[in-house]
Design a protein around this ligand. Structure first.
Ligand code: ATP
Length: 514
């Protein structure tokens, strides 16, 4: 199965099993807007809890807030979003399809890396055991040729982005002979800037109406509350403010399911530090955040850092955590050193002093900020991509199983009476009553046990508990484990503790060493 087929199956699975639906589907949906179903919302809530607790519970110096989506319009002038929150777009005149010019070039660069990898793989086959990859990469003329071309384009691209040179971006697309995937032609328009913010009106009359924006990031709600939180919480530098909430971007190209949405959710943490210490904290947060991702057990090799070619208008250092999605390595999270740009500008635009008094040095200053910013929906897609697995079983059957880490799984336990009589359903209900205050538990009595297992595998339930006639005699049940399919007989009294240990966030948190 190709990665593309796998991804298609994953999208279909998300819909079929109540994880993600297209928004307002009965009206044929709305571009790049999605709804989460009964299983999706549980997984999403668990992802948010994993993030929130790791930030707010496990760090004494991080607190949370929940700011409004609507903010005073000046916020977005101060933040630079009115002037500079643009993407360069380009249209293909034949297909009439619109693309992000930077993404077309980035995809071309990634293709060159793939070409090099193919050369290396071919050579490995040819040379067998004696193959020395490092030496081959350093000496192969073919690899050198592709790499030189790639590096030259990369350098031009970075320069064009930093200078916002739209003509040069177009020229690179022409020089690299990039074609529209739909029409296959190189008939491109000029490159234009497109502001990504959604606007609406506030106020009851048209005259009194005031243009306001749907926030394109949650971070600004934190910056405008810096003093409120610092003063009321008596916070001392360094300290952080965390927030989870919706953000909105009028993305030019909505692709890849929930990877790029127009309405999405962010989990952001702004860490306020003394000027001059920001690089230290930026590195610290890179490590902390990478450990958070890796603790989920999706394979360390599936993550990498990608430093930005173009620093945003507010940043002096920026990197992305990328995950190896079925469509390649893509950003899940950004870790940015935002300097004093935001607080400094809010001070300027509001006329209010936004400073921190350092009791040790007796000085007041505008703190610097290191931010970690991750999309809930992209994280959701990461979990689903890593978890989705099609397996052939020993008896020739096939199963689809979601190997979701137990702490994140939508449902923890499915309780199943072997038959619908002889008091077994009542016993099963009793077991559920004993678990339901602490875990999401489901009851299932329809079809054969085998079919019921398959249903639970497909939504990632870690444990199936079967109640049979022996249960009534000795108070034991059969517990069947999702990943290994192993079965064991355990006492009903021992169930709660077992589920609690296996499905708790503790297991993940211990790996973080916080
Ligand atoms: P991209 O380059 O993919 O457009 P970005 O660099 O603009 O992303 P940031 O502004 O750094 O993204 O936002 C932080 C995080 O918010 C991203 O890492 C991503 O997880 C999430 N995010 C941003 N835009 C979207 C979107 N349109 N849909 C879903 N998640 C998003």
């Amino acid at each position: 199965m190709t990665q593309e087929e796998l991804f298609k199956k994953l999208v279909a699975h998300c819909k079929e099993y109540g994880f993600v639906f297209p928004s307002s589907e009965i009206y044929d949906g709305l571009g790049a807007v999605y709804d989460y179903g009964q299983n999706g919302v549980e997984l999403k809530n668990n992802i948010k809890r994993y993030w929130w607790d790791s930030m707010v519970k496990l760090h004494e110096n991080i607190v949370g807030i929940d700011a409004a989506i609507f903010m005073h319009p000046k916020t977005w002038e101060a933040s630079g979003h009115v002037g500079a929150f643009n993407d360069p777009l380009i249209d293909n005149k034949d297909s009439k399809k619109r693309y992000r010019a930077d993404v077309l070039i980035e995809d071309w660069l990634a293709k060159q890396d793939e070409k090099i990898q193919k050369e290396v793989d071919k050579a490995r086959k040819r040379f067998g055991e004696a193959f020395d990859e490092e030496q081959y990469r350093a000496t192969s003329p073919r690899v050198a040729e592709i790499a030189a071309k790639r590096d030259a384009v990369h350098a031009r691209f970075a320069e064009a982005l930093n200078a916002s040179d739209l003509a040069e971006l177009r020229q690179i697309i022409l020089d690299c002979e990039i074609v529209c995937p739909i029409s296959g032609t190189r008939n491109w328009t000029e490159v234009r800037q497109f502001n990504l913010m959604f606007s609406t009106q506030m106020g009851s009359t048209a005259e009194g109406a005031n243009t306001i924006y749907l926030r394109p990031e949650t971070a600004q709600g934190i910056f405008v509350n810096f003093l409120n939180v610092q003063k009321t919480g008596r916070m001392k530098l360094p300290f952080g403010i965390a927030q989870i909430g919706k953000a909105f971007r009028n993305e030019i190209v909505a692709r890849q399911f929930i990877f790029r949405m127009r309405e999405f959710e962010q989990m952001e943490m702004q860490f306020f530090v003394k000027p001059g210490t920001e690089m230290h904290w930026w590195n610290e947060w890179k490590n902390t955040r990478m450990a958070w991702h890796r603790a989920l057990g999706f394979g360390d090799d599936n993550y990498r850092f990608h430093d930005h070619d173009k620093l945003a208008h507010y940043a002096n250092a920026a990197t992305d955590v990328e995950y190896n999605f079925p469509f390649g390595f893509k950003e899940v999270e950004g870790i940015h050193s935002r300097t004093d740009f935001d607080l400094g500008n809010h001070q300027k635009f509001s006329g209010k002093k936004i400073q921190y008094f350092d009791p040790e040095s007796g000085e007041s200053f505008v703190p610097y900020v290191v931010e970690t910013s991750i999309g809930v929906d992209r994280m959701f897609l990461q979990v689903m991509s890593a978890a989705y697995c099609e397996e052939k079983l020993e008896n020739g059957d096939e199963r689809v199983v979601l190997r979701i880490p137990a702490a994140l799984a939508p449902t923890k336990v499915a309780v199943m009476p072997l038959v619908k009589k002889d008091g077994l359903p009542e016993k099963a209900r009793e077991i559920i009553d004993n678990l339901k205050y602490d875990f999401v538990v489901t009851y299932d009595e329809k079809d054969s046990i085998g079919k019921r297992y398959r249903r639970q595998d497909a939504v990632g339930t870690p444990f199936c508990v079967t109640v049979d006639h022996q249960t009534l005699e000795d108070g034991t049940v059969t517990v069947r484990h999702r990943d290994t399919m192993a079965q064991e007989r355990i006492a009903i009294e021992a169930l709660h503790a077992m589920v609690d240990e296996e499905c708790s966030f503790r297991k993940l948190f211990r790996k973080l060493n916080l």
